[in-house]
Design a protein around this ligand. Structure first.
Ligand SMILES: NC(=O)c1ccc[n+]([C@@H]2O[C@H](COP(=O)([O-])OP(=O)(O)OC[C@H]3O[C@@H](n4cnc5c(N)ncnc54)[C@H](OP(=O)(O)O)[C@@H]3O)[C@@H](O)[C@H]2O)c1
Length: 360
């Protein structure tokens, strides 16, 4: 980034539709925009990586669905820009912005196309699907809050109606959103089971207080959990889909609620690591609830501002621990986003995947 230009990652129009991040995108240099009234200009320190970045990039949902990426770039957020969660520091404050926003303030935000870039202009009064929110520091940890944490908290609270002492299953429990879901459930005194796919992840889950940890690569998930939780689960937080999704549905208690947040086993390219199986879809009982939660819809709930504040406080105080994937430590600059995307595709991450765009 210079005094007059900055860089961002955009979908390359001729490659639009590809699900290979390295092929489908490029880094472009653009003019630093002027700051319109009511907006703040933010230097991006770090971006989170989401399993869904690839679907958005290929037009599966979000602004590119049914549209085409732009071919002429400017400094604004445009069709084809990527990255949906960031943390950074306010560098410019536009006219008329509420006086609590000052230069140097650390901020986190989420939206479409707003974080695979060195600089972004935000509306502090309300972004796409998550308001720019002041945070105590611009550490990469805060990239895990607007989407990963708020999906966990929103799903468990608003759709799952989590209650004290329940039994809770979290799939992909060592991932960006899963490890927060498990800690949120523990705050309610839940007995929590988590699934994962490596010994390192097993250890992480035990460290975070997960009561029953199952490695689906070495253990029979269904047999282990059916024995440990003979009455089934009161609440399931499910983000894997495929075979794991079917198992989770069969493990749901007779009056249980399963909240589906995604299908990471099939999201990336159609190729999976074998998580799909031909099990017939599970038919829920009339007494069971199968529902979904999509974080951008959080804003539709009156409880949302309170839940956001409670989550920020829980992370700031350490009551909820954000685990940042060690493998991402050296992923720097926009080039680091490419490495972080490959890391997401590998499934090896322990905790939140991120790239440091501008080291402090
Ligand atoms: N609804 C929403 O608003 C929302 C928001 C954020 C995330 N999500 C969803 O939540 C789920 C988890 O997302 P995340 O960002 O927290 O990702 P993540 O869990 O940090 O990373 C993905 C994990 O999924 C597991 N996995 C299972 N099958 C895989 C496969 N075929 N390829 C690669 N990994 C595989 C891997 O862990 P294992 O060792 O356990 O296999 C991997 O570490 C995704 O479905 C995502 O779309 C939904």
């Amino acid at each position: 980034m210079s005094d007059t230009t900055y860089r961002k990652i955009c979908v390359t129009p001729e490659k639009f539709g590809s699900r290979d991040f390295a092929t489908a995108t490029s880094i472009v240099d653009v003019k630093l925009p002027s700051i319109p009234p009511g907006r703040i200009g933010v230097r991006v320190r770090a971006t989170g990586i989401e399993a869904s970045d690839i679907i958005q990039m290929a037009g599966g949902y979000g602004p590119l669905a049914g549209k085409k990426p732009v071919s002429a770039h400017d400094g604004t957020v445009q069709l084809g820009d990527l990255g949906c969660e960031g943390v950074g520091v306010v560098e410019h404050v536009g006219e008329g912005v509420d006086g609590s926003w000052k230069i140097g303030q650390a901020v986190m935000w989420a939206g479409f196309g707003v974080s695979f870039r060195e600089y972004v202009v935000l509306d502090p009064a309300g972004e796409d699907f998550f308001d720019a929110t002041k945070v105590p520091s611009a550490k990469p940890e805060w990239t895990a809050v607007p989407v990963s944490a708020m999906t966990a908290v929103g799903a468990l609270e608003l759709v799952g109606h989590i209650a004290k002492g329940q039994t809770v299953l979290v799939t992909a429990a060592a991932g960006g959103t899963g490890h927060i879901a498990l800690q949120w459930a523990k705050k309610y005194g839940a007995r929590v089971a988590g699934t994962c796919g490596s010994e390192e992840k097993e250890q992480m889950l035990k460290d975070l207080g997960c009561d029953v940890v199952v490695n689906y690569r070495t253990q029979d998930v269904e047999a282990v959990l059916a024995k440990e939780f003979p009455g089934g689960f009161d609440l399931v937080y499910e983000g894997v889909g495929g075979r794991m999704g079917n198992i989770a549905k069969r493990l749901l208690g007779k009056a249980g609620t399963l909240v589906s947040v995604g299908s990471v086993s099939s999201d990336y390219s159609g190729a999976t690591k074998g998580d799909q199986n031909p099990d017939p879809p599970h038919q829920p009982l009339a007494t069971q609830t199968h529902a979904g939660f999509f974080m951008p819809n959080g804003k539709n709930y009156p409880e949302w501002p309170r839940l956001v504040q409670e989550t920020v406080d829980a992370v700031a105080s350490g009551a909820v621990r954000i685990v940042m994937d060690e493998g991402c430590k050296e992923f720097n600059g926009l080039e680091g986003v490419y490495k972080a995307q490959a890391r997401m595709r590998s499934g090896k991450n322990v905790g939140k995947i991120y790239a440091t765009i501008t080291p402090a």
